[in-house]
Design a protein around this ligand. Structure first.
Ligand code: NDP
Length: 280
């Protein structure tokens, strides 16, 4: 199974399918990521907030896989948006991972009601980490249209991705469209809605028709929208299932049937980024 690589706006590429490690316990992360590598995943999405960067770095170093075949993302935690703090936090991330470089570093949340509404200086600070070679690319997560417009207008630097909540219950079309309009690819977090979308009759019916599983159908829906996904699982069989999404296609009618179960803002599972103000 070959995972497509998508071109990013800074000239790099990213595997369209990866493996997410949110809620993977720190003491099981190295082993879980090693299993994901064995299944075939080459793209790992972690964050300082998840507490498991150390395990991701261990798995990368132990894998024997050439570093240029792997794609590793981490994110700036919410307490470190001031430039001096962001620099220290990135130093800590690099120390946790113990890697020469990472591929992508994101601002985890915009936190527009904190830091006097300043997420722009945070964004500008991330450009230093590209300049010094410790990350290949930078991007954002949970940015709404206005947040994206503002950082691009004030710095001229366009994020390569915007990692936002998206799944069949919440397509998140406004943030998605704003991202794509700027040439920013969308990474869909909680792509199967943490399992909640898998019992949807429309998804189940398509899965039965195609001889696939509901998770494969939901993930394929993202792929056909052109988005990047990294489902999380602690189980090898599910990792394998979630990996097999590039050998079938959904018809236009299938895509429409899944689009039809979008619940709009009610479908959100996570917080609204305009209001979210949590510092761990
Ligand atoms: P997912 O949509 O990936 O769902 C994960 C859940 O679904 C787990 O409970 C898992 O259980 C279960 N599951 C996985 N595969 C299957 C399957 N084939 N059949 C049935 N159940 C399955 O949710 P996440 O919230 O983990 O999102 C994925 C990634 O997105 C995260 O790991 C993280 O990297 C990123 N993320 C980013 C956020 C942000 O703010 N930027 C916020 C949230 C997530 P089990 O493990 O027991 O198999």
């Amino acid at each position: 199974m070959t995972v497509p690589s998508l071109p990013l706006n800074d000239g790099t590429t990213i595997p369209q399918l990866g493996f997410g490690v949110f809620q993977v316990p720190p003491d099981q992360t190295a082993e879980t990521v090693a299993t994901a590598f064995d299944v075939g995943y080459r793209h790992i999405d972690t964050a300082e907030m998840y507490g498991n960067e150390v395990g991701v770095g261990q798995a990368v170093r132990a894998s024997g896989i050439p570093r240029d075949e792997l794609y590793i993302t981490s994110k700036l935690n919410n307490g470190f948006h001031r430039p001096e703090d962001a620099r220290r936090a990135f130093d800590q991330t690099m120390s946790n991972m113990d890697l020469d470089f990472i591929d992508l570093f994101l601002i985890h949340w915009p936190l527009p009601t904190l830091y006097d509404g300043d997420y722009v200086s945070t964004w500008r600070t991330l450009t230093e980490f590209v300049a010094d070679g410790r990350t290949k690319s930078i991007g954002v997560s949970n940015f709404q249209s206005a947040h994206l417009d503002r950082i691009i207008e004030e710095t001229g630097v366009i994020p390569v991705v915007n990692q936002i909540e998206a799944h069949p219950h919440f397509g998140n079309e406004s943030a998605r469209a704003a991202s794509l309009a700027h040439g920013v690819l969308v990474e869909a977090w909680s792509p199967i809605g943490q399992g909640a979308t898998l019992t949807e009759p429309a998804v189940v019916a398509i899965a039965e028709k195609l001889g696939r599983t509901p998770a494969q159908v939901a993930l394929r829906w993202h792929v056909e929208r052109g988005d990047i996904v990294f489902p999380k699982s602690m189980h090898r069989a599910r990792m394998e299932e979630n990996f097999l999404i590039f050998d079938f296609v959904l018809g236009a009618d299938d895509m429409a049937a899944i689009n039809a179960i979008d619940r709009g803002p009610e479908g959100r599972m996570g917080p609204n980024p305009d209001e979210f103000a949590w510092i761990p």
